[in-house]
Design a protein around this ligand. Structure first.
Ligand code: ADP
Length: 601
């Protein structure tokens, strides 16, 4: 894992690494020097009482600490630069990757949780690299320098004090293993927690309307408690290292003092080398302990890194075929040929569906909720691949076209108009990035949106609130219709809003839609009576099958047709034409509820 991270990012930071490493070498050199100086200090100043030694020893000490200070600064800044760049890089990479993943991934993943997980895990990668760098360059080099000095001063003593190494390593390995599992749990629970907070704030209107505050607070509370317990457990396990390493270090130091005391008192050896040795031993303890801790911390960071790579290694479904070609759209005729499709293999949602949406005409799809209308629209955009049959646009099988060119020829107006961070102008321009300001304003006029946009405080440059909260439902719909007009695509997919607008807003949206449908092949999931009545062709779906097809007049001519039946039931009301019609209602409470949550999220 570490190798992969370094291979993917290492070469771009060469100079920062060089600075960090040089600074680390300086830090560890200065540290070893300050331990070494103990020997001449004790021997020359205190044992042999030489005045001139005081001057150069003091100068040496001062110099060593100055070097340590500045080199430490350089090292910290260099490492921070690398770390911050790494965070930015993985943020970009993961976002790019997310945007390439298929719709199915997002069906299965909660957005808030995903964002929180990315956040935590990317931080983990940064820690991983800076931890390794700090420990390897500074601590490992310092430790090596100090151990070298110890061996030089007193080989026998060093050998005996290095005996604490093996038990320390064993402890580290044991603790690392324990931490690995708990840490994964901890990341998951933390991201669930922040994801839930995000969802609760996004759906605050529902939360308040249903007085869900206490229940949500209770659930969040439970998650927070679990997260707390996990963190405590991680602390308890990883901090076990402290008592173990302190005990071992204590053993080593007492052993050294006892043995060297015996040598000084009984054998009368000069104390300098021993002082230097003990100083090196005590100084070595810190980097050694940090190295051991680093192992544990690194294990935690590795869990984060692994989770990021699990995401980056997900292959997007519906990749373009290797020989995919650009779509050549002339008239924009859409044809479904015996299409069968299910989200899971055993549950077909569309069954053997064939129909043609004539070029430049309006085809209305009618059916009870759950009949497969949205699925049909998703398939045409190739959010999923069909199981059997094919979908053609102007005679070209869409599975053989590049997704980009296919979707480039489609404008989509969804049921819930989604506006993104940015200004109103930006939001319309997402339809086609090359659109000029004049084109944007022209499209807004056609979408009956120009008037209210100009009344906004900064006109077209007014930022939209989160999810367009500063605009009314009808206004948001008109902005999203303007976005579809700007796209200048030959095919229009329209998922009519079921939500009731007031009469005036309704009329304005209708007017906007009439404009956008002009001259385009339009497939509309119809909920409004007027849309259905005026459509060139109506397709009635029941449980994923095409059961009736015709115009309003031909379908009404047969009083026993399904269409005529629910037309009678819902009749003049128009809105929600078929959704509540009893005879063809598909009872799917569980999946519907799931979907409702997703839509509102
Ligand atoms: P409609 O738009 O006519 O209401 P849909 O096309 O949304 O119907 O749904 C058709 C069926 O497919 C329903 O039973 C629904 O529960 C199911 N379904 C829709 N989306 C998904 C999904 N992402 N994963 C699994 N099942 C889905």
């Amino acid at each position: 894992m570490l190798r992969r991270i370094i291979a993917e990012n290492g070469h771009d930071h060469r100079w920062s690494y060089v600075v960090a490493i040089v600074c680390s070498l300086l830090v560890s050199g200065a540290t070893a020097f300050s331990a070494w100086v103990m020997a001449p200090m004790v021997n020359e100043i205190f044992y042999e009482r030489r005045g001139d030694a005081v001057v150069w020893i003091c100068a040496g000490f001062m110099g060593a600490f100055l070097v340590r200070g500045f080199a430490g600064y350089g090292q910290a800044v260099a490492l921070a630069t690398i770390g911050n760049n790494l965070v930015a890089r993985y943020q970009k990479r993961t976002f790019d990757h997310l945007m390439r993943l298929g719709v199915n991934f997002f069906n299965d993943t909660r957005s808030g949780r995903l964002a929180a997980q990315l956040d935590e895990n990317i931080g983990g990668i940064r820690d991983l690299l800076s931890l390794t760098l700090i420990s390897i360059t500074r601590d490992a080099v310092t430790l090596a320098g100090l151990v070298g000095l110890m061996v030089y001063q007193d080989p026998v003593l060093s050998l005996s004090s290095l005996l604490i190494g093996p038990p320390l390593i064993w402890a580290v390995v044991y603790i690392t293993r324990r931490v690995r599992k708990i840490n994964r749990e901890s990341v998951l629970i933390n991201s669930r927690l922040s994801g839930s907070v995000q969802e609760a704030t996004q759906g605050i209107a529902i939360v308040k309307a249903f007085t869900m505050e206490d229940e949500l607070a209770r659930r969040i509370g439970v998650m927070a408690d679990t997260a707390e317990q996990r963190s405590n457990k991680i602390a308890r396990v990883s901090e076990r290292l402290s008592p173990i390493s302190d005990m071992l270090a204590g053993l080593a130091v007492t052993g050294v003092i006892a043995y060297s005391g015996y040598r000084a008192l009984v054998l009368g050896q000069p104390p300098g080398a021993v002082f230097s040795f003990i100083t090196a031993l005590i100084l070595a303890y810190d980097p050694a302990r940090r190295l051991a801790r680093m192992q544990v911390a690194m294990e935690r960071a590795l869990v984060n890194a692994r989770m990021i790579y699990e995401l980056l290694d997900l292959e997007p479904k519906q990749n373009d075929a290797p020989d995919a070609v650009e779509a050549k759209i002339t008239s924009g005729e859409v044809r479904f040929n015996n299409v069968t499709f299910g989200y899971s293999a055993d549950m077909p949602v569309l069954r053997d569906l064939s129909f043609t949406a004539a070029a430049g005409k309006v085809t209305a799809i009618v059916g009870a909720s759950g009949a497969g209308k949205s699925t049909l629209v998703a398939l045409l955009q190739r959010f999923y691949d069909v199981d059997k049959g094919s979908i053609e646009v102007d005679g070209q099988d869409i599975s053989k076209l590049t997704k980009r060119s296919l979707r480039g020829s489609i404008a989509y107006v969804s049921q819930a108009p989604y506006l993104f961070e940015g200004t109103i102008r930006d939001n319309i321009r997402y339809g086609r990035l090359s659109a000029t300001d004049a084109e944007i304003e022209q499209a807004a006029k056609q979408a009956a949106a120009d008037d209210f946009i100009r009344q906004q405080p900064q006109g077209y440059d007014t930022p939209v609130g989160e999810n367009g909260a500063t605009l009314s439902g009808g206004q948001r719909q008109r902005v999203s219709i303007a976005r579809a007009i700007v796209r200048q695509a030959p095919i229009l997919l329209l998922d009519e809003a079921t939500s009731a607008l007031d009469n005036e807003a309704e009329a304005r949206v209708q007017e906007a839609l009439t404009h956008v449908m002009e001259g385009r092949t339009t497939i509309v999931i119809a909920h409004r009576l007027s849309t259905v009545v005026n459509a060139d062709r109506i397709i009635v779906l029941e449980e994923g099958r095409l059961v009736e097809e015709g115009t309003h007049a031909t379908l009404m001519a047969d009083p026993h047709s399904i269409y005529a039946r629910f037309h009678r039931i819902q009749g003049k009301k128009g809105l929600g034409l078929v959704d509540d019609a009893k005879p063809i209602q598909t009872p799917l409470p569980r999946t519907r509820a799931k979907k409702a949550v997703r839509r509102s999220a």
